[in-house]
Structures are given as structure tokens and as C-alpha cells.
Write a protein that binds this ligand. Structure first.
Ligand code: PLP
Length: 420
């Protein structure tokens, strides 16, 4: 076997990757759709957006889809839709992008973090159950890096107590949990469609639900121009002004491009799925590396494999540090980054920041209890942030190229001893 590139050998990846990683795929169709909106001066309208919502709801099989200007705002609306308010607690995982849950703070609510399952990197239902109090109003289930959360267990825990489940689908557009599309399983799904995500549109977000109350509360919250369509008399009496003062409408350049992207998404997603699965299949049995994907035959899938990662097991590699491993892999000509999102429960915004001038940290001011969680409070979460690495996120199934990238990883782990 070749010497490691980091020690002066030749690189495992020899073929130029071309457009293997280019995303989103933009064609004349996207350009035409965007120009149509610009030429009409319809950027702030809702006609294209309403079409996009219909197509989106069709895809998810939900009664409603409500387009937003960001994923952050769609999740904020989902929380308000679920009735999250003053003194409530909302449970989420700490290892995720902050916009899965931080918005709860400006509804007067507070956040409690539950631990994760070390194989799926999504909520551990048993720990969610332990974190529930009589103040718990909602659970945010993040399908992290595309991996579906154990929704059967989460729904059972939540439904038994009248707690709402918000699915954060920002990493998992098109991912299925036991044959069901994620986002349509909880009481409401919300997701980012910003340009870096699997369904990449621009700055954009989408909320999907079957629940009329959640939908109408979300309309009332950030879509004042549509409040006339609300049926619930309790909400309708406020029509004309948004409850809370937010404006969350989607920009129509985003909805126009979104309609085109959605039309091609499933086909493109399937190609990504084939490519990523073949990458992991090639690495089967490689020491120190575990795929982050559901078992074959489980009916669960990874959608577009947003920001695909692997799980690192240093014990099988003589304790080789994660960062050193990643550096050696990168030297072979592929991509590999150590770690994942910042852990929120250890961040000063959650522990020290007095955002609204209560005279004490907001997270404490919004609760009867000091819900802050220090180091050691979420053992699996803290451990896994040293055990995750990004892998190349292929957008095309080109076996020769994928083989070279997989070889880069295999080469490093089989020669891990050379790096000590
Ligand atoms: C990107 C992201 C969001 C927020 O979406 P924006 O469109 O960036 O506002 C929320 N949750 C997760 C898990 C994300 O990755």
C-alpha cells in the first residue's frame, strides 16, 4: 500500500472532482423563474409562494405548508403555533444549529437540553422522558445530519402528556423514518431551505402541518397580509396586524427558484443517496470508522445527506486524535473536518446572557427553576462532539471518483500506527 500523503506519499484522490460537490444545481430553468419575478416586480408578492406552498404540501402529504423567509423564522412560527409562551420549557438536543431552539427565548420560554443517542446523533427518547416537567410545552426533534430521529418513541412520550412535537427538518428534506417522510410525523415540521441545505433555494424556510390551529397561529404570528384568511374567531379578531410583530413572508425569488428546485429534488436526492451509500459500503469493516446512517432494510433513509458525517472510534486506532486523523485524510486529497455544531448547553448565551434586561440570565429569568446545564450534564453529547467527522458530500454517483475518496479514508485508518 502507498505511503500516507501526509508522510510524503502520493495522494489517494487523483481524479479531479469536477462538479461532484457543486450545489445547488442551477440551470436555465432556475434563472428563467427568477427573472420572471424580477421583471414583473413581484418580489414581495405571494402568488408564486402560494403555488410553491401547494407543491410543498403535496410532497409532504400535509394539509398546510406556510413559506417563511428563513428556517429560523419557520421554527419560531412553529413554536408559537404550538402555543409555546411565558414560563414554558422546550426540549431539544444541544448539538444542533442554534436555530433549532434558541427562538424559544423570545417567546418568554426556556430551553432544556436532552442527551443524544450516540449512533443516530438525534434525541435519546429515554433522556427526553427524564427531562419532561409540568412546564414542558414542546419537543424539537432534529433529524441531525439527515438521520431520522426515533419518532415512534418521541411521539408516544409526547402524546401521552399532551406535549407538541416540532420536527426540525433543516438537515433532512426527503429523509424517511420507517417509510414516512420526516416533517409530516410530528405535530408540525419546520425547516431551512437556505443555500447550504439539501433543498437549497436561497434564504428560505417552510412550515408544514395538518393542524389548523398551528397553521393559523403561524399565519397570525408572521404573515399579517394573510390574516384575513384565518377562520378561528379568537385569532381572526386580530387580523391586520401580526401577533408579536414579525414579518416572515418568503421572498419570491426564493419561492420561484424553490419551485424549480423542488421539481428536480427527489431525482437529485436519490443520486446523492446512491453515491453516499456506496461511499460507506466501500468502507465497510474499516477500523475506527462507523457510518452515520440507519440500518439497511429499516425503511429509514438520509434524504439528501446534508453535511454528511461519520462516527470516529479512536480506540480502534490506537487512540489517534480525531484532528490528526482528519488532517491525514485531507492530505490524501479529500475533505474531512473534525467535530460538529457548538454545544449550546455550554455556551454563554444560554448560561450568562441577560438578553432582555431582567437583571439575571434570560434562561433563568424565563423559568421557575434554574435549568442551566453545566459540563458533564449531557455525557453522550459531549463525548460525541469529539467523535464526529465530515465526509465528502457527493452530489453525483460516479463510482471511480467515490472509490478514490473512500480509499483516502481507508488508507489512513489502515496505517494509523504510522501517525503515532
Ligand atoms: C440551518 C438550520 C436552521 C436555520 O435555518 P436558516 O434558514 O439558516 O435560518 C435551523 N435548524 C437547523 C438544524 C439548521 O441546520
Amino acid at each position: 500500500m502507498d505511503k500516507l500523503a501526509i508522510l510524503g506519499g502520493s495522494k489517494a484522490v487523483k481524479t479531479d472532482s469536477g462538479d461532484m460537490f457543486t450545489w445547488p444545481i442551477i440551470t436555465g430553468e432556475d434563472e428563467e423563474a427568477a427573472l420572471e419575478v424580477l421583471r414583473r416586480g413581484a418580489m414581495s408578492g405571494t402568488d408564486v409562494t402560494v403555488q410553491f406552498e401547494k407543491e410543498y404540501a403535496d410532497w409532504f402529504g400535509t394539509k398546510y405548508a406556510l413559506a417563511h423567509n428563513t428556517g429560523t423564522s419557520s421554527i419560531h412560527s412553529a413554536m408559537f403555533g404550538c402555543g409555546v409562551g411565558v414560563g414554558d420549557e422546550i426540549i431539544c438536543q444541544s448539538m444542533t444549529f442554534w436555530a433549532s431552539v434558541l427562538q424559544a427565548m423570545n417567546l418568554g420560554a426556556t430551553i432544556v437540553y436532552a442527551d443524544i443517542d450516540p449512533d443516530t446523533i438525534t434525541l435519546d427518547p429515554a433522556d427526553v422522558e427524564r427531562k419532561i416537567t409540568d412546564r414542558t410545552k414542546a419537543i424539537v426533534a432534529v433529524h441531525y445530519f439527515g438521520h431520522p430521529t426515533d419518532m415512534d418513541a418521541i411521539m408516544e412520550i409526547a402524546n401521552a402528556r399532551g406535549i407538541k412535537v416540532i420536527e426540525d427538518v433543516s438537515h433532512a428534506h426527503g429523509a424517511e423514518y420507517k417509510g414516512r417522510l420526516t416533517g409530516g410525523i410530528g405535530h408540525v415540521g419546520a425547516m431551512s431551505c437556505m443555500a447550504g441545505k439539501s433543498l437549497a433555494i436561497g434564504e428560505a424556510g417552510m412550515l408544514v402541518t395538518d393542524d389548523q390551529e398551528i397553521y393559523e397561529r403561524a399565519v397570525a404570528f408572521g404573515h399579517y397580509e394573510r390574516t384575513g384568511q384565518i377562520e378561528n374567531p379568537e385569532l381572526k379578531k386580530f387580523a391586520g396586524l401580526p401577533l408579536g410583530g414579525f414579518k416572515y413572508r418568503m421572498h419570491q425569488l426564493s419561492s420561484a427558484v424553490g419551485r424549480v428546485q423542488l421539481r428536480h429534488y427527489r431525482e437529485r436526492m436519490e443520486e446523492i443517496d446512491r453515491a453516499m451509500n456506496s461511499f460507506w459500503d466501500l468502507l465497510e469493516g474499516a477500523p475506527g470508522l462507523r457510518p452515520h446512517r440507519p440500518p439497511k432494510g429499516s425503511g429509514s433513509t438520509m434524504g439528501g445527506w446534508y453535511a454528511a458525517h461519520g462516527i470516529y472510534v479512536p480506540e480502534e486506532l490506537g487512540g489517534l486524535p480525531l484532528r490528526k486523523f482528519c488532517e491525514a485524510v485531507r492530505a490524501e486529497g479529500t475533505s474531512c473536518g473534525a467535530g460538529a455544531n457548538l454545544l449550546m448547553h455550554l455556551h454563554p448565551v444560554l448560561n450568562d446572557a441577560d438578553v432582555y434586561g431582567h437583571g439575571e440570565p434570560t434562561r433563568v429569568a424565563h423559568s421557575d427553576a434554574d435549568v442551566r446545564q453545566g459540563e458533564g450534564s449531557l455525557p453522550q453529547t459531549e463525548r460525541m462532539s469529539e467523535r464526529l467527522f465530515s465526509i465528502p458530500w457527493f452530489k453525483h454517483h460516479r463510482p471511480e471518483v467515490i472509490r478514490e475518496h473512500a480509499e483516502a479514508f481507508r488508507k489512513v485508518v489502515t496505517q494509523a500506527a504510522e501517525l503515532q
